[in-house]
Design a protein around this ligand. Structure first.
Ligand code: ADP
Length: 227
């Protein structure tokens, strides 16, 4: 059995919100996500899911505990090494697409690959393949402003997967869409993740969407509880 893609052990995180006002957001988080597994992170707003996803994706550091990506303990590594691991192994999707407005859908997926040393022709081929998987290849040459909200998010999923990460972290990826679009875009995300065999932690308020994932964890009072 290979190492879990993501392993969080004893993660704690507090924030100082002014004098003598320390808020403990995460107390004792243990989470192990195996290769190919999709875990729903269910939490009300303010419960700390962004904090948890940022720690898992090496964008933030915990006060205590360890983060392992594919068996490697990244807790004590330098910023440079953490950045390299994040770039290679982790893809992020947010509630808003954050695509670059002056580039086309295709270019938004090509650029991160060029930054990673992939040749242009190969990067374009992969970008088009990803766009085809989520059903928006016909919009490849459009800029984000010319796309619908659902199409923008589909392109953002492709960009997150551009460099074939091991782990996808998504923070309310369909939270900004109307219910019907959200449903379809979520289905496209699930197909994309299943088709590429990567692991994912997807935060959502929506219990119905959470139910379509392999496992559901609720973040409550700074701890994770299985649903
Ligand atoms: P969620 O994503 O579930 O809405 P967050 O992880 O964004 O929750 O935030 C959880 C709590 O931590 C909130 O009370 C928020 O105010 C606090 N918090 C988050 N980031 C910071 C920060 N950089 N400084 C101080 N407090 C923060």
């Amino acid at each position: 059995m290979s190492d879990p893609t993501l392993e969080l052990s004893g993660i704690a995180k507090s924030y100082n919100q002014g004098r003598e006002n320390e808020v403990t957001v995460l107390r004792e988080i243990d989470l192990s996500v195996n290769a190919g597994e999709i875990v729903a992170l269910v939490a009300p707003s303010g419960a700390g899911k962004s904090t948890l996803l940022h720690i898992a994706g090496l964008l933030d550091t915990p006060d205590a505990g360890s983060v392992k990506i594919a068996g490697q303990d990244v807790t004590g590594l330098s910023d440079r090494k953490r950045t390299a691991i994040r770039r290679e192994d982790v893809g992020f999707v947010y509630q808003f697409h954050h695509l670059l407005p002056e580039f086309t859908a295709l270019e938004n997926i090509v650029l991160p690959q060029l930054a990673n040393g992939i040749a242009a022709a190969k990067a374009e081929e992969r970008a088009l393949d990803l766009l085809t998987r989520v059903g928006v290849s016909h919009r490849a040459d459009h800029r984000p402003a010319a796309l619908s909200g659902g199409e923008q998010q589909r392109v953002a999923f492709c960009r997150a997967l551009a460099n074939a990460p091991r782990l996808l972290l998504a923070d309310e990826p369909t939270g900004n869409l109307d219910p019907e679009t959200s449903d379809q875009v979520f289905a496209a995300l699930m197909e994309l993740v299943r088709g590429t065999g990567l692991s994912a932690v997807i935060a959502t308020h929506n219990l119905e969407l959470a139910g379509r994932m392999d496992r559901q964890m609720r973040l409550e009072g700074g701890a994770l509880v299985a649903l």
